[in-house]
Design a protein around this ligand. Structure first.
Ligand code: MG
Length: 185
């Protein structure tokens, strides 16, 4: 008779907290370039003739990251939490959306472990600004910059010169639960 492998015993931590140790989230967004608007990507103002339209500041990268964080904890998406029809979000700093998503991640018992992003736009060139964007996004996520990927590509052959697109993935890790010591009275 074939021997059956013994299943590893669950640690007491796992028995107390059945949440998965890691979770992954993915977000995507696009915004159209419009004349006479400031261009903000990843919380950084970039010199360019056009900016990104939208109800808030049009920060396509922070919107994709916000949706990735919300998706990772199965929270409502950015459009449901901050509807474009609500005038209070007009022109608002997209860092507000990201902070709300982080709050929900924390409330679900998770912390961000790393993030990776790809921007797709024909202009301006992102390369000279990558370090600044990485630093800013890492600061917003509470991560060291070496855990945040910022990549950029041009939309060759796609006829997408009028828009900027962002993809984002985040990895979350379950927060350690601290066991309270029983107090004997
Ligand atoms: Mg958006």
């Amino acid at each position: 008779m074939a021997k059956t492998r013994k299943q590893p015993r669950k640690s007491s931590e796992e028995s107390r907290n059945p949440k998965p140790r890691t979770r992954i989230g993915y977000g995507w967004d696009s915004h159209e370039f419009k004349a006479r608007l400031p261009l903000k990507i990843g919380g950084v103002l970039l010199p360019h003739s056009h900016g990104l339209g939208g109800h808030s500041d049009g920060d396509v990268l922070l919107h994709a990251l916000t949706d990735a964080l919300l998706g990772a904890v199965a929270a409502p998406d950015i459009g449901s939490l901050f509807p474009p029809s609500d005038p209070q979000w007009r022109g608002s700093d997209s860092a507000i959306f990201l902070r709300e998503a982080l709050k929900r991640v924390g409330a679900a018992g998770y912390a961000v472990s790393s993030a990776d992003t790809t921007l797709i736009l024909s202009a301006p060139k992102i390369g000279p600004h990558t370090a600044k964007i990485r630093h800013r996004v890492a600061g917003l996520l509470g991560l060291p910059p070496d855990r945040v990927g910022i990549k950029a590509k041009t939309p060759e052959g796609m006829g997408m010169d009028h828009a900027a697109i962002a993809h984002a993935v985040v990895l979350l890790e379950r927060k350690r639960t601290t066991r309270r010591k029983a107090v004997r009275l």
